[in-house]
Design a protein around this ligand. Structure first.
Ligand SMILES: [Zn+2]
Length: 432
């Protein structure tokens, strides 16, 4: 451990940056890490509730809580226990415990300012980053963007170094500890050793050790993740999926993303980072798959590039996705309205397919182009019901963000992954 820390310090000195802090919040039992994670995700929460859920005695839980308080991980709060966005077992709990000695025992909350992290999202045209605290809150700095002239690994690393420097400046301004971990999310496959094996948007088909290159350049321990898995993790730890055991997310934008939480776990399989929902039939009369796979009306027709091509064909002149998106807001542009209705129905068909096969009760819609369809809830509902037995319960679908907030979740997702590692430490990371 000391060796590793020394290496990090040396790397930081080499890079001329401030020394990174620890990558593991505290040393403790697996229970201590799990309790800390629960306090982070669901706090304020009572000791009684945590003990009851984990099957621990009050005495054991009190000892764990005391050690976590000494380590500066959790603290007592006068606030009542949270009752929204928490699992049923927590929401049913009494807000305040009594020790039996007449003294009310306060609820526990996480020490959210104890450390900072940087989340980064790499896209084909830019990288985006933000510094967050332990609760994945942005603070004052907001999201920094650096454009990419090309997608060569060296260019991407330089852009990442630029946004990391801006995040560090944010943290310094707020007088917080310097970031201890960087999480990077990208659309592609991340191998078990943390290297990127395939990233179609970046045209990478050879292994790239992006995290290693960034760590060497910036002197902060860095980890790489698939962007959809990270998005799901954010949804589950800090977002609308917090406390839900089963839900799916569909994202639309440059590509079509799909993620699933089942039984309280993010479903990750060897194939799940290759865009499994990218070529599912959603419209037999739709355009040919623009990726030239030969099929017609696959879910690629929900992507920006395909919509731009389709709108160009409809209008007889070259149009960009931005033209289409803008025209959908103009009541005089009937072709844009028509295309948007078709797009809404297609998304409904995709939601139906997901809900029917994965048997999830709730679907969230995200991604940078999803805002265009927010006025198409009726056609989306029709698309869902057209391919679902009429006796089955309706599938609630929820748009996650307004237009101005659309890039936030990808960045926060990458940060969530490293926060999760920081809190769970060496505890079983298969625990969601
Ligand atoms: Zn296709």
């Amino acid at each position: 451990m000391a060796d590793q820390s020394d290496q990090q310090q040396t790397a930081a000195k080499t890079a001329g940056q401030e020394a990174p802090a620890r990558t593991n919040w505290f040393d403790g039992s697996q229970w201590a890490h799990l309790i800390a994670a629960d306090v982070l995700r669901y706090g304020p929460v009572s000791r009684t509730t945590l003990a009851g859920y984990h099957g621990l005695s009050q005495g054991t839980l009190s000892r764990i809580a005391k050690n976590l308080m000494i380590a500066g991980v959790v603290r007592e709060t006068e606030a009542d226990a949270r009752t929204t966005n928490v699992p049923a077992y927590l929401s049913q709990a009494a807000p305040v415990d009594r020790t039996g000695r007449g003294r009310p025992q306060q609820n526990l909350e996480i020490n959210r300012g104890a450390a900072t992290f940087i989340g980064i999202n790499v896209r084909a045209e830019s990288v985006r980053a933000a510094a967050v605290n332990v609760a994945c809150e942005l603070g004052g700095g907001g999201i920094h963007t650096c454009s990419l002239e090309d997608t060569e690994p060296g260019t991407v690393v330089k852009a990442i170094a630029t946004v990391i420097a801006k995040c560090r400046a944010d943290v310094r301004k707020r007088r917080l500890d310097q970031p201890c971990l960087v999480g990077i999310g990208l659309g592609g496959h991340v191998e078990a050793d943390g290297t990127c094996g395939y990233a179609p948007f970046l045209h990478w088909d050879q292994p790239v050790d992006l995290a290693g290159m960034v760590e060497k350049e910036c002197g902060i321990p860095t980890r790489l993740f698939n962007n959809i898995s990270s998005y799901m993790r954010y949804m589950q730890w800090f977002g609308e999926g917090c406390g839900l055991s089963d839900f799916a997310v569909i994202t639309i934008g440059a590509g079509v993303g799909y993620g699933l939480v089942s039984g309280g776990r993010v479903v990750e399989t060897p194939g799940s980072s290759y865009g499994l929902a990218g070529h599912i039939l959603v419209d037999p009369d739709g355009p040919r798959c623009f990726l030239n796979k030969g099929h017609r009306g696959c879910s690629q027709c929900l992507t920006d590039e395909s919509l731009a091509l389709e709108y160009s064909t409809m209008t007889g002149s070259e149009r960009t996705f931005e033209d289409y998106a803008r025209d959908t807001r103009n009541p005089h542009k009937a072709q844009a309205q028509n295309l948007r209705s078709r797009e809404g129905h297609r998304l409904g068909v995709l939601i139906s397919t997901v809900a029917n096969l994965a048997m999830v009760g709730r679907v969230f819609i995200g991604g940078e182009s999803s805002w265009v369809l927010q006025g198409e809830k009726e056609t989306i509902s029709t698309g869902i019901s057209d391919f679902r037995p009429s006796q089955t319960p309706k599938v609630p679908f929820t748009f996650l963000d307004e237009q101005s907030m659309l890039d936030r979740r990808w960045v926060l997702g990458a940060a969530t992954e490293v926060i999760r590692q920081f809190v769970l430490g060496s505890a079983d990371l298969s625990v969601d």
